[in-house]
Every structure is written in structure tokens, then in C-alpha cells.
Design a protein around this ligand. Structure first.
Ligand SMILES: [Zn+2]
Length: 482
């Protein structure tokens, strides 16, 4: 069996991964709070843990992995969004949840086995809070229930802080009802039209941290293998999850391996609305950047390093992927054609070989995705495009890494952009036809220049004009044509 090594935040070491039960490897990853489109940074953990999910399934078997990622659908940010927009909370959360799933699917991320929503697990949270109170780890004060950090000696161990450091180093919410400023909310009162549920402490709603503890316990048990998320969640969220889970279920270990991905930057700077470099996954897709290109850029940086999203990286990734798509055009066509697969079973997914061992070895080394990408590209470069075995191997490697979702590197673009390109193609065709008649090509050439300037590849034959989006495609340069 392939030996997987993972860097465990808990021990600060790269360790050999040994699951509790190899017939059911269990992983929990903190998911999004659903009130808006996912920004690019939100997508990084999704892609990172998608790779890990694929690797675990490869090693332990498709049926022997349980991957859970939650949706936070009760939160003050959601309540605020509902108040601003005058829309129902349920409308906002269900719409945003679907956006998230669509956008992540465009990045080639497989859906987890379970995607619990916080509001579906309120009774489990209430039960856990009751257990914490009974065990002397939580107390009720002014309609709130708070976790008493001093009741858990190991509080802070994951991020390596002491309670004293934390008070000094963070903006803690000081409230008169807290015994220690670091004590955090398990339950709080709801008023007016804020969402709420009846509880032993009155009408209210859960704090954020308790939901992951309650849902992971319900779906994965008191001890499971891997817990993941962005390193911005390490403190306080993960620290609080550990405190809650270990105090409510002292016999369990909660999570054995903790994995944290580093943050994402844009052109070397932190992504923020105030710097004007903030964008969502949907913004990029809408501009015609294929989801697979975004994925390729993500995979080219190791998950424990800060990832810098740059225009240059996007272009390089687009070029690299387009080359592979072009070289294996026939194989991809066969693989995606139901008619061909019907006749030629060698093109069916289940008949592809396993991904190359070198690629698996790279990923098994603490998810060295950059190395895995390099191996994928090298194999593709060295492959004999006329050899069935080679074609199948490249397909298998690409599929495993989450590429080749269609037979061409299609931009996950809006129908609008497709229609625009078709419109420009027929306009260019008309201008050319006229130019041939009048022997004056000035207008046709000027129009063609605008298209190529915008990074569109223009192919002209006697009977037709085809426009394809090249790696340097920049839709903003087409504005003048509208
Ligand atoms: Zn969580």
C-alpha cells in the first residue's frame, strides 16, 4: 500500500498517515458561511482537500473514505445580509449554497460524501452544550452559554498559544457576563426576526464553533482521521472545536491529523476589498478563465505555502493546459464521446489505467501537487500521441488531478460570452466577404486586430471564421465592440 505522509499541525511534523480504520477513512473540512459568492481564497481549501480526498480514495478504495464538509447557514453575517437586502435568510442561504457548489464543480472539485447544514443539526448542538455544562466546561450567563477555556488545560495547544498570550494578542470581545475574556459563545439569545430555536437557555441560536463539533461527531464519531481548513481557522475556530469536542467526548481523540492550507494573495498582496484586488471565483469564470486553469494555478503551489494568484501564472497555466488538450485532442474526443465509448470500451473511464505511480508518490508526500503537475506535464510531453497506451495514461493522470472534464479546454464562460464570440465571428466573416469583393481589407483587418489584441485566436478558412479564446484572452478589450 502507498504510504501517505502528511504534515500534522498538531505535532508540527510530517508524519506517516495511519487511519483509525482503513475500511472507513474519515475526513472533516470546514466549509463556507453561505451569504455571498466564494472569493478566490475560499476555493483554495476546497481544491487542496479535493486532492487529498482523491488520493485517499485511490489508496484505500472509493468506498472506504468518508469526506464531510459543512455549510454554515446560521451566522450574524447572514442575518446582516438578510436585513440589508430585505430577503429571507432561507432564500439567501439556499441560493448561495448552490452558487458555491456550481463554482467548485467548475474547478473540478468532487462533492464530499456529506454536506451537513448547521440548521439541520440544532438538536445535536443543544445536546452537546448540555453535556459541556454538565461536565463543568460551560456556564450559562444572561441568556448566553459560554465555554470556560480555563476548564480545558490543553486549550491553545494546536496553535501553540497560552490563554494569556491569546488575551494579549487578539481582539477579544469583552462582555460583562464572561468569566474569562477568552471564553467563547456556544449559544446566544435571538430576538425579533433573528433565526432562533427553543433551548434550555431560552430562544436563541448556536455559536459558530459548536456546529463543526456537533456535526463531525454525528457523522464521523468521537475520533476521526483528518480535520482540514485554512490556517486562518486554526485560531480560534479549530482551537475551540478541539476544546468542545474533547471536553464533551473525553474518550475520543477528535481529529488525529490536522491539515491547514496557507492563504492566497493576489499579485503579491493580500486580497481585500479595500485594495481593489478582491474577486470571486465566478468573476474569473465569467471573464472566460476556464475552471481547470484556476485549478492548475492552485495546484502549482504547495498547500502549506502562501499562494500568489498572478496574471502571469494564469497565462502560463492556460498555455500549459491548452498544449496538452491540443496534443490529446483525439483521445479526449474519444473519451468524451458516448458513441465511441459504446463501440470502443478502451475509452471508458473504468478501463483507463491507474494514474502513474510517480504522480501518486508525489501526492503521497504531503500533497506535493506542484511535483504531481510536473510529472503530469512531463508524461504528456513524452507520450506518443499515436499510442493508445500512452493516450490512456495521460488521460488517467489528468482525470485523477481533476482535469479533462470535457474534450476541449472550455472556458466555463457565460452563455453571453459564447454568444458574443459567435457574433464577432459572423461580423468578421461579413467584413471579409465584403473586402474580397471590394479588394479593400482595411475594415476587416482593423476588426481582426481588435480580436487578436484581446487574446482571441482567429482562424479563417474559405468558408468560415472561427474564434477561440487564447491563453491571453482579456474580455475587457472587447468592450469597444459592444
Ligand atoms: Zn469548523
Amino acid at each position: 500500500m502507498v504510504e501517505i505522509k502528511l504534515h500534522n499541525t498538531k505535532t508540527r511534523k510530517k508524519e506517516v498517515f495511519t487511519p483509525i480504520d482503513a475500511s472507513n477513512v474519515r475526513m472533516y473540512v470546514c466549509g463556507p458561511t453561505v451569504y455571498d459568492r466564494a472569493h478566490l481564497g475560499n476555493a483554495r481549501p476546497v481544491v487542496v482537500f479535493d486532492v487529498l480526498n482523491r488520493l485517499l480514495r485511490h489508496v484505500y478504495g472509493e468506498e472506504h473514505v468518508t469526506y464531510v464538509r459543512n455549510f454554515t447557514d446560521v451566522d450574524d453575517k447572514i442575518i446582516a445580509r438578510a436585513e440589508q437586502s430585505g430577503r429571507e435568510i432561507g432564500q439567501i442561504t439556499s441560493e448561495t449554497t448552490q452558487w458555491f457548489l456550481d463554482d467548485m464543480a467548475a474547478l473540478g472539485a468532487r462533492e464530499p460524501d456529506h454536506m451537513p447544514r448547521a440548521t439541520q443539526y440544532i438538536p445535536q448542538m443543544v445536546l452537546m452544550i448540555e453535556e459541556l455544562i454538565a461536565g463543568g466546561h460551560a456556564y450559562e450567563a444572561e441568556g448566553h452559554v459560554l465555554f470556560a477555556v480555563e476548564s480545558y488545560a490543553k486549550y491553545g495547544a494546536l496553535s501553540g498559544r497560552t490563554v494569556k498570550d491569546m488575551i494579549a494578542g487578539s481582539r477579544v470581545e469583552v462582555a460583562p457576563y464572561k468569566r474569562n475574556p477568552m471564553d467563547f459563545v456556544l449559544w446566544k439569545p435571538s430576538s425579533g426576526d433573528q433565526p432562533g430555536w427553543d433551548s434550555p437557555w431560552g430562544y436563541g441560536r448556536p455559536g459558530w464553533h459548536i456546529e463543526c463539533s456537533a456535526m463531525s461527531y454525528e457523522l464521523l464519531g468521537d475520533s476521526f482521521d483528518i480535520h482540514g481548513g485554512g490556517n486562518d481557522l486554526m485560531f480560534p475556530h479549530h482551537e475551540n472545536e478541539i476544546a468542545q469536542s474533547c471536553c464533551a467526548h473525553p474518550k475520543g481523540d477528535f481529529a488525529r491529523y490536522w491539515l491547514h492550507n496557507e492563504m492566497l494573495q493576489v499579485e503579491g498582496r493580500k486580497m481585500s476589498k479595500s485594495l481593489g484586488n478582491f474577486f470571486t471565483v465566478r468573476d474569473l469564470l465569467g471573464q472566460g478563465v476556464p475552471g481547470e486553469v484556476i485549478r492548475f494555478v492552485f495546484l502549482s503551489t504547495h498547500y502549506r505555502k502562501p499562494m500568489d494568484w498572478t496574471e502571469n501564472m494564469r497565462r502560463t497555466a492556460h498555455r500549459a493546459l491548452s498544449n496538452i488538450y491540443e496534443d490529446f485532442e483525439n483521445a479526449l474526443h474519444n473519451f468524451h464521446s458516448e458513441v465511441i465509448k459504446e463501440r470502443l470500451p478502451e475509452w471508458r473511464e473504468e478501463n483507463l489505467p491507474k494514474p502513474s505511480p510517480a504522480l501518486i508518490t508525489a501526492l503521497a508526500n504531503d500533497l506535493n501537487t506542484a511535483d504531481a503537475l510536473r510529472i503530469f506535464r512531463e508524461h504528456a510531453r513524452q507520450a506518443d500521441v499515436a499510442s493508445l497506451t500512452d493516450q490512456q495514461q495521460v488521460l488517467a493522470n489528468g482525470r485523477f488531478l481533476g482535469f479533462f472534464s470535457s474534450n476541449t479546454l472550455k472556458p466555463a464562460i457565460t452563455a453571453q460570452l459564447v454568444a458574443d464570440l459567435e457574433g464577432y465571428a459572423s461580423r468578421l466573416k461579413e467584413l471579409r466577404d465584403k473586402a474580397i469583393e471590394t479588394k479593400n481589407f482595411a475594415n476587416a483587418d482593423a476588426f481582426k486586430n481588435i480580436l487578436t489584441e484581446a487574446g482571441i485566436i482567429v482562424q479563417i478558412s474559405k468558408s468560415e471564421v472561427t474564434l477561440k479564446q487564447g491563453p491571453d484572452f482579456d474580455p475587457s478589450k472587447l468592450e469597444s465592440l459592444k
